[in-house]
Ligand binder design. Structure first.
Ligand code: SF4
Ligand code: SF4
Length: 265
């Protein structure tokens, strides 16, 4: 059951999607029924109470979102465990943000001399009881080898490593970046009427915030908006916000992007 939140759940219930899946399982056409989840802990509690037959829950879980008010990784995890469900982890490296850390945070993890930035993020997620699998997107052989070696001889984070990722979280919070994970639902499931490359713009904005480089101005002007809409072209229809699993205030954030990159216009 893909991307369950309060509104999708309502829709799935209305068309008896859960009942249909359980019937197909009885017929042997489906082996297991699980759901991926993007909403508050109370919504997961409601789903698992109404449908205790659900076997596994996939949640967003990483050390930045652990106590975040909007993602609620910790609370959502606790609800799944209360219902005795095993979990699958998505976004363990938060769309790559926990790999490309700011220098101060990277140096801190490097000083522990126990693996790559990604390995601490993957191990953080896998350190919690009931985590059946940690799903991490990989784009080259090096990343795959790093992930395999991290999990092959898995060791949970030690107390001092937990302290270190807590400090990384504090460093990260000070940067005030946009917590977009790059899932692209806002462009692929929504079809923005102004063809705005929302997630690429947020990534560009974050890089400017972290590295203060002119390169991002060039990228915004000559790549992101050459054949696509500008941030200021947004007509505030709200379609993107309805599908964003991170519940980002995209329309407001695009105003910030326009203020940063369209100053001279
Ligand atoms: S609110 Fe703006 S960015 Fe979002 S879909 Fe509508 S036009 Fe596109
Ligand atoms: S849907 Fe939200 S989190 Fe996903 S890419 Fe778009 S803005 Fe980012």
């Amino acid at each position: 059951m893909h991307s369950q939140n309060a509104s999708n759940f309502k829709h799935f219930k209305a068309c008896r999607a859960y009942e249909t899946a359980f019937e197909l399982k009885k017929e042997g056409k489906i082996r297991h029924v699980g759901l991926s989840f993007h909403d508050k802990a109370t919504v997961l509690d409601q789903i698992l109470t109404e449908y205790p037959e659900i076997e596994i829950v996939q949640i967003q879980f990483n050390y930045i979102d652990y106590e975040d008010d909007s993602v609620q990784s910790k609370k959502v995890y606790e609800v799944a465990r209360k219902h005795n469900k095993p979990l699958l982890v998505m976004e363990p490296v938060k769309g790559g943000h926990l790999v490309n850390l700011p220098d101060e945070a990277s140096e801190l993890l490097k000083s522990l001399k126990n693996g790559s930035n990604a390995s601490y993020a993957v191990r953080f997620a896998a350190s919690f009881e009931g985590m059946e699998m940690v799903l991490s997107g990989m784009s080259n052989m090096e990343q795959m080898e790093d992930n395999i070696s991290t999990m092959k001889d898995f060791k949970p984070l030690t107390g001092s490593e937990f302290d270190a990722v807590r400090k990384v979280k504090e460093i990260y919070a000070k940067l005030n970046t946009i917590p977009c994970t790059g899932c692209r639902y806002c462009v692929e499931e929504n079809h923005c009427p102004r063809d705005i490359l929302i997630s690429d713009m947020f990534s560009c904005m974050n890089k400017k915030q972290i590295f203060h480089s002119w390169n991002e101005d060039y990228y915004y002007e000559d790549v992101l908006t050459a054949d696509h809409g500008k941030a200021s072209d947004c007509i505030s229809c709200g379609g993107c916000e309805r599908v964003c699993p991170q519940h980002l205030p995209i329309r407001k954030l695009l105003k910030d992007v326009a203020a940063e990159f369209e100053k001279g216009e």
